[in-house]
Design a protein around this ligand. Structure first.
Ligand SMILES: Cc1ncc(COP(=O)(O)O)c(C=O)c1O
Length: 393
């Protein structure tokens, strides 16, 4: 193939963006995540980010980050296994483990990297992975990379999972993979039941708690607290870029297993360590969540309920959800982008999910109202949804 032909094959098909006259991707944000968000010089209501507890622009976290920069500089310019692992790395791994209630953790530069880094270490072609059909791309790419048998089960459907477990006898290892809170709709996995089934069928549970950590559970400690699971024996991963409001991803579990990962995961060993300033920011964020979850969590839930109740009253088609995520069903990719465009014209930033992020014609607009917002901002957003309903889209 000539280089000309190569570039003719690898180009962005922007027909949909042209058809709708709107591109919601890679927005040009010019402020931090305050009550208002500035995009191209204009104030927006931000219902698009995963800043659940509203701490992404917290002064105390920024101070901790700046102090760490003053002490350690910008980067240790090495992988964690070489000389990239500061004392902050060790103390934070322990703090996170204690927070979620597991023995040990390892921190990757992102949860995407953690998820794709996990499976090549633990699975191979003799194994089977039974995975919730709506699982995140990072989990799917991770399991695809090892060439094992992959069996999707129906979303959050315990019977479908058990059927698959019954049919998975001829494999060396069986893994069951799910997210805790599913980020496009806000459904929560019946994880206590999933763990019980894993015990029954000698399968190893893997949970991605990216949208659960800092969000669900009485103290915001995530899925294990929420589901009342003590002494979890499986594998746990989570992003530190959502409620924790920073960057990074963890794999957590039994200490002997995490020690093994530390010395075997290429995605960790051969990648520059997350910087000390980020680690310091994460540590401060967890301290704040430990001390203030009651207040921040209450605000997050209050906004979620207010927005959700109003949208239901306005007869929007809302997905069932048990999390602080409210998704409006918009169907086709075109409708979804047109709805997002209408919201954008009303100065509301929301997240449109279209195929292939969701199955074809199952587009949604996701709304997350973080605790950083003022209550009157939520009221204003509701007014805008009312106006849109009157215009009729
Ligand atoms: C369920 C889930 N897992 C993993 C990730 C990836 O996390 P990170 O942004 O830390 O790479 C995301 C984020 O989009 C996610 O929603």
């Amino acid at each position: 193939m000539s280089i000309k032909e190569f570039y003719e094959q690898h180009y962005l098909n922007d027909d949909l963006l042209k058809k709708t006259g709107f591109n919601p991707y890679y927005v040009n944000i010019q402020s931090g995540l305050n009550d208002k968000l500035i995009i191209d010089g204009v104030n927006f209501i931000n219902l698009a980010t995963n800043n659940y507890l509203g701490i992404a622009n917290d002064k105390r976290i920024k101070e901790a980050t700046i102090n760490a920069i003053n002490k350690y500089g910008l980067s240790l310019c090495a992988t964690p296994i070489a000389s990239g692992g500061s004392d902050l790395y060790l103390s934070l791994s322990q703090k996170i483990s204690d927070f979620i209630g597991l023995e040990s953790s390892i921190i990757y530069p992102s949860c995407y990297q953690a998820n794709i880094g996990l499976f090549p270490v633990i699975a191979d072609k003799n194994d089977v992975v039974i995975i919730d059909q709506f699982s995140h791309s990072s989990l799917i790419e991770g399991v695809k990379s090892v060439g094992c048998k992959i069996r999707p089960y129906l979303h959050n459907d315990i019977d479908s999972l058990e059927k698959n477990l019954k049919n998975s006898t001829n494999y060396s290892q069986i893994f069951v993979i799910t997210e805790s809170v599913f980020s496009t709709e806000g459904s929560i996995a019946p994880f206590a039941d999933i763990v019980k089934l894993c015990e029954k069928y000698d399968a190893i549970p893997v949970i991605d708690d990216s949208h659960g950590i800092g969000v669900i559970g009485k103290n915001g400690k995530g899925i294990l607290e929420y589901a009342g699971i003590k002494d979890y024996q499986g594998i746990y991963t989570a992003s530190l870029g959502k409620s924790i409001a920073n960057l990074g991803g963890i794999i957590s579990g039994k200490k002997s297993f995490i020690d093994y990962i530390k010395y075997h995961s290429s995605h960790l060993i051969y990648s520059t360590a997350i910087t000390p300033s980020i680690l310091a920011g994460i540590e401060k964020a967890i301290c704040i969540i430990e001390e203030e979850f009651e207040v921040l969590g209450k605000k997050m839930w209050k906004y979620r309920n207010k927005l959700r109740d109003a949208l239901i009253k306005l007869e929007y088609n809302i997905k069932p959800s048990s999390a602080p995520i409210t998704s409006i069903v918009t169907g086709s990719s075109e409708n979804t982008l047109l709805f997002a465009k209408m919201l954008y014209s009303k100065k509301i930033l929301a997240t449109p999910f279209i195929y292939p992020s969701v199955p074809e014609n199952m587009g949604v607009i996701r709304l997350i109202a973080g605790a950083n917002l003022e209550e009157q901002t939520i009221d204003r957003a509701i007014e805008m949804f009312k106006e849109i309903k009157q215009i009729g889209i």
